[in-house]
Design a protein around this ligand. Structure first.
Ligand SMILES: Nc1ncnc2c1ncn2[C@@H]1O[C@H](COP(=O)(O)OP(=O)(O)O)[C@@H](O)[C@H]1O
Ligand code: SF4
Ligand SMILES: [Mg+2]
Length: 400
């Protein structure tokens, strides 16, 4: 996969430094009902206080194990689920709770690509009918945006669209079941881009495909993203896939983002122990690589009853008492940094090296804060806090 995907294309797509999509403190809880009276028995904490920005033409990769809340987050952004808290902004406009015409206009500007397009493609309709439906629903053609709105102008649009995703005109009269998995995903992509959206939410779009086909589809998506200036959220459980398409990567664990950084940086210098474990499972092409696989102990706790404090503490090899009752709060601030750096300076081994290392740790932490703030654009973001606290905890542990 590494060699097949056009690495040089990602990043070039950054057109302007404007946050097109802003997700702010998004929360989604699902009440669980049971028993003969269907009483509320609990709450699934699927997404808990997630914040990030995606800038124009950029892709945020969202990665994490199955069940950590990726699909729920994607659906919340699309307005397919009502939010339990927080908000989503498109071009600075709050789209949370939009209805009627306003919702229709947002839907026009944001589209979703699914893992299995077969499920979302109506098997009784031909590809031509499936693609035409979008034009008709949104009434674009009849508004003279692309012609007279008659069926021959729509057909011309559909032929162009098919060509754009690498399918021939003959596809128009065929049914979804007549295509391979990769071709069906091309149809799904054609449908998603047909109305020229600004934002694409891609939910595991290549997870069901063979590795060789995955690369072709990823390359297609990179090309389209570049040509159309698309802003994307690319969801996958597979860090190797996410790496090739993303400018920035957010790592999710049990409903929360635990680390967010530039794609290259997260691979070269993962900070969070969960990111390190995920990364250690990604195959490395270099036979001389000495990277060791980190096997996490225990199971992912239930989102019905997530652990207090840091949600990762039940599986973290660096866990400390504070992690069990306090979510890493980080004022990325001087306050935290000074607190830990003064502890380091006052530790038993007061050699000059310890002082120097401590100051380096503080400097690194400040760099991380600066980096994180670049993507989140939000100094209150939990992920920024988490990352820095964690980093400092580790430095503290290591130096003792
Ligand atoms: N409609 C729903 N009702 C109740 N729980 C749900 C619903 N959708 C998802 N969940 C739960 O929310 C958590 C996150 O699910 P999901 O977003 O599908 O994770 P991922 O896409 O990362 O695999 C899971 O525990 C899942 O069982
Ligand atoms: S806050 Fe504590 S338990 Fe959580 S990841 Fe950091 S060190 Fe581990
Ligand atoms: Mg999912």
């Amino acid at each position: 996969m590494e060699t097949l995907v056009q690495d040089d294309m990602k990043g070039e797509s950054a057109i302007e430094d404007i946050p097109i999509l802003q997700v702010m403190h998004l929360i989604k809880h699902f009440p669980v009902h049971g028993g003969i009276f269907l009483r509320k028995q609990g709450v699934v904490h699927a997404v808990d206080d997630v914040s990030f920005d995606v800038r124009k033409g950029q892709t945020l990769g969202l990665v994490g194990e199955s069940g950590c809340g990726k699909t729920t987050l994607g659906r919340c952004i699309m307005g397919l689920y009502p939010l339990s808290g927080g908000s989503v902004k498109l071009h600075g406009q709050n789209i949370t709770g939009a209805t009627g015409k306003k919702l229709k206009s947002f839907r026009l500007r944001m589209q979703m690509i699914f893992q299995d397009p077969f499920e979302s493609l109506n098997s009784r309709h031909t590809v031509g009918e499936i693609l035409e439906e979008k034009y008709i629903i949104h009434n674009r053609l009849s508004n003279d945006i692309r012609g007279s709105g008659n069926s021959s102008s729509r057909r011309r649009e559909i032929v162009k669209l098919l060509d754009r995703v690498g399918l021939s005109e003959q596809a128009i009269t065929r049914f979804p079941h007549e295509f391979s998995g990769g071709q069906r995903q091309r149809i799904g992509i054609a449908r998603a881009i047909s109305l020229e959206p600004e934002v694409l939410i891609c939910d595991e779009p290549v997870s069901a495909l063979d590795v060789s086909v995955q690369s072709q589809i990823l390359n297609l998506m990179l090309t389209l993203q570049k040509d159309m200036g698309l802003t994307s959220v690319f969801i996958s459980h597979d860090l190797a896939v996410v790496r090739h398409v993303s400018d920035h990567i957010a790592v999710m664990y049990l409903g929360k983002i635990v680390e967010m950084a530039d794609a290259g940086k997260i691979y070269d210098h993962p900070m969070h122990p969960y990111t390190k474990a995920l990364l250690s499972a990604v195959p490395v092409a270099d036979p001389k690589s000495t990277r060791e696989r980190i096997i996490l102990k225990g199971e992912v706790p239930s989102p019905l009853n997530p652990p207090e404090g840091c949600r990762f503490h039940t599986r973290c090899e660096y866990v400390m008492d504070i992690c069990k009752h306090q979510e890493p709060r980080l004022e990325p601030s001087e306050a935290v940094i000074l607190k830990y750096s003064s502890e380091l300076l006052n530790s038993d081994n007061e050699s000059l090296n310890v002082v120097k290392d401590s100051l380096d740790a503080v400097k690194d932490s400040l760099d991380i804060v600066k980096e994180s703030l670049k993507y989140t654009g939000n100094s209150n973001s939990n992920s920024t806090h988490h990352l820095v606290a964690c980093h400092l905890y580790h430095e503290k542990e290591v130096k003792r």
